[in-house]
Write a protein that binds this ligand. Sequence first.
Ligand code: IMP
Length: 499
Amino acid sequence: MKKKELKLLENVNTVAISCRQWGDTGKGKFVDIFAEWADIIVRGTGGDNAGHTVVFNGQELVTHLVPSGILRKGKTNIIGNGTVVYPKALVEEIIKLEEKGIDCHNLKLAHNAKIILPTEILLDRLKEVSAGSGKIGSTGKGIGPTYTDFVGREGLIVNDLLNPTFFREKFKRHLKYKLAILKTYDSELIKTILDHEHLESGFYFDSENYLNFEAVCEKYLAYGEKLKSYICDTDSFVRSNLGERKILLEGAQGDMLSIDHGSYPFVTSSDCTVAGLAKGAGLRESDIDLSLGIIKGFYMTRVGAGPFPTELGGEQSDSWCNGGKINKAMEKALYHSTPKIDGGDEFLEGVVLRIAGNEYGATTGRPRRTGWLDLPLLRYTLGFNSPDLILTKLDVLNDCDVIKVCNHYKYTGENCVYAGQKILSGKYLETAVPQSEIMKFCKPIYVKFPGWKCDLKDCRDYGDLPEELKHILEFITKETKARPRIISVGADREETIFL
Ligand code: IMP
């Protein structure tokens, strides 16, 4: 590592990297950089709903559940207790990585991580299909029902995969509860969902009981055999190495998607804040020496449904991105000749930003909704975090004539109460309120800045950055008390400025 990188890591043994927005902020690049320094890399929350894109030997690679540190030889990579694991997806991910020449022997899987059952994927998809306008935009990977079942004491854990008797007993009990719910749905719809390749192409379907008990036991116990060499007590392992070896905690999703602190109910079902990440890795938040939050440089994205005050093109963009019809190739073909962002048609600007930033889901391929940087939201997430920030993807805005930053909201909904305080219609808000019903009526008030209109890829020091960019950065720092520590000006590792 270079001198400046090492300076940031002076007297530091445990680092966490997590997102202060709605995810997809380019953690992969930084997890990879810090993984060079770390001995142990741990994922603590979420499941294969996450997707981290990293470049390995010139090829783009997406990891879902396995920490991106796996790309660095000889490091221990851990899937921690707070994660939810779909055995099929994990086995396939390991095979894919090994086919690319990546050694997975140093991977460890927590014996007490939760396993995703076919019932949970089925229920996730049934709920979304029948939700109408109440859709969350779930990735359909069974994340919500699995965490729900765990809390409701109806779930199974990774260790059960190694004990056929435990597995069969617990799964029988689980299925008994679920059968009553499944019976309320159309069996044809269930059959169609179970026909999906992700659900073993119909192998689990049973015309009488919807899910065939023996078929699930057969597959899961076979996956257990394949995963057994990775399964161990990762909590004890991580704790025994605390302060002795360098540990990197790799976040998934983002603070605004946290079940506890996000824009509920449009969230995922884990606590993807640093507190949740630490717990899911077997640690406490206070064990972390350096907690770095990632945001995109002066813009943001959101996948799925839910309020997004600064969304470019508002509802038009929301239904365009969530309509299920648009993908990257179609959008590029439709808009390849669209001009740059110049303060004109907002919807089109959102499309241009999406294409420029390649903002399409790594897991689902869905177009991400795009919008300007939202400081009320950043003030909110910084309120329960350290001020240290990494700003990514600044090069995406190189061509913009105008860059807008939302500094306040105007609340336009009906008078309401939040945490004992009255919020009257027409009131200006400086800090976001994580309640969807309120957030959806928050209209952004922007401060406009001229764009820098030049290439950033050769900038290596703060002094190399264009004045226009520094001006925006200083504004954000002053307004939110954030402390930018790293700025990313391109996908390449070299295209990084340590402050
Ligand atoms: P679930 O996690 O699949 O239940 O999805 C719940 C919400 O979180 C949906 O709006 C998803 O689009 C969103 N979500 C889940 N994982 C990610 C992610 O890795 N990046 C961004 N959004 C995500």
